[in-house]
Ligand binder design. Structure first.
Ligand code: NDP
Length: 254
């Protein structure tokens, strides 16, 4: 298992206090990494840290609203100072506002784009000197099925998640010679707070997802852990600029 070993590595997981982020944080901790979880809700992050600490690795919580570019930069600097290094950045924090495109206020559009796209870019930019100094680095950006498909009631979310894939490719090209690999993960429909809210609002969503997904089920956050470990480890050193669906086959269905 040596290619997947993360012992001694320090990972930042944004939105690592719940849902998909916490599941990926667990995976990274089990593989040996010290994990720093970041979210707006410090109490929730501290609960996640207590759980991660039981896996035998140091874990830390940082509070930041990543829709604020200044806080993104401060957060990365604080994270790099925790253990004096930074090896892995998982840009997972994300949100959506559901409504028809004609009804979005500009502030709503900006709130989604600032969190899901600009925050990701600024965190990557802020992490770059630390990863370069370490001589290697792994960045994992979380996209979505809406990086590929349109969605009528998620215009800024779709725009942000499509752009995350192109951002990933651009950074991967730029930083490959620095031995920094930048990849995206595109989760299918995963049972979390985010999609629980969508299911409460959209009649029949639960059944439609099961019917379209070849695996015949919704994903669970733990389905993302293995891919996160792979993309964070030396096992993926020749993988960069990829957008990996983890979707039970949802994206291969016509
Ligand atoms: P959750 O709503 O369960 O978790 C979202 C996480 O992001 C929370 O930890 C939240 O922490 C954090 N977060 C949200 N906004 C901010 C912000 N402004 N600053 C800092 N942290 C923030 O969602 P999921 O686990 O489902 O989603 C995680 C990622 O996966 C998102 O990028 C989402 O778009 C993506 N995704 C999810 C899918 C699914 O089916 N669930 C499918 C495809 C993609 P806090 O509240 O403390 O700020």
């Amino acid at each position: 298992m040596e290619p997947f070993d993360l012992t001694g590595k320090v990972a930042v997981v944004t939105g690592g206090n719940g849902g998909i982020g916490l599941a990926m944080a667990r995976g990274l901790a089990l593989a040996g990494a010290s994990v720093i979880v970041v979210g707006r809700d410090l109490g929730k992050s501290e609960r996640a840290v207590r759980e991660l600490s039981t896996l035998g690795r140091a874990a830390h919580a940082l509070q930041a609203d990543l829709s604020d570019a200044i806080r993104c930069r401060e957060m990365v600097a604080q994270a790099a100072a925790v253990r004096g290094r930074l090896d892995i950045l998982v840009n997972n924090a994300g949100m959506s506002i559901r409504k028809p495109p004609q009804d979005y206020a500009l502030e709503e559009w900006r709130a989604v784009i600032d969190t899901n796209l600009t925050g990701v870019f600024v965190c990557c930019q802020a992490a770059y000197p630390h990863l370069r100094a370490a001589g290697h680095g792994k960045i994992i950006n979380i996209g979505s099925m809406m990086s590929i498909f349109g969605a009528s009631h998620a215009t800024p979310y779709s725009a942000s998640k499509g752009a995350v894939v192109q951002l990933t490719r651009s950074l991967a090209s730029a930083w490959a010679r620095d031995n920094i690999q930048v990849n995206a993960v595109l989760p299918g429909w995963i049972d979390t707070d985010l999609t629980r809210r969508a299911r409460a609002e959209v009649a029949g969503l639960q059944e439609r997802v099961v019917a379209r997904t070849p695996a015949g089920r919704w994903g669970v956050p733990g389905d993302l852990a293995g891919t996160a470990v792979f993309l964070a480890s030396s096992a993926s050193d020749f993988v960069t600029g990829a957008a990996v669906p983890v979707d039970g086959g949802y994206s291969i269905q016509a």
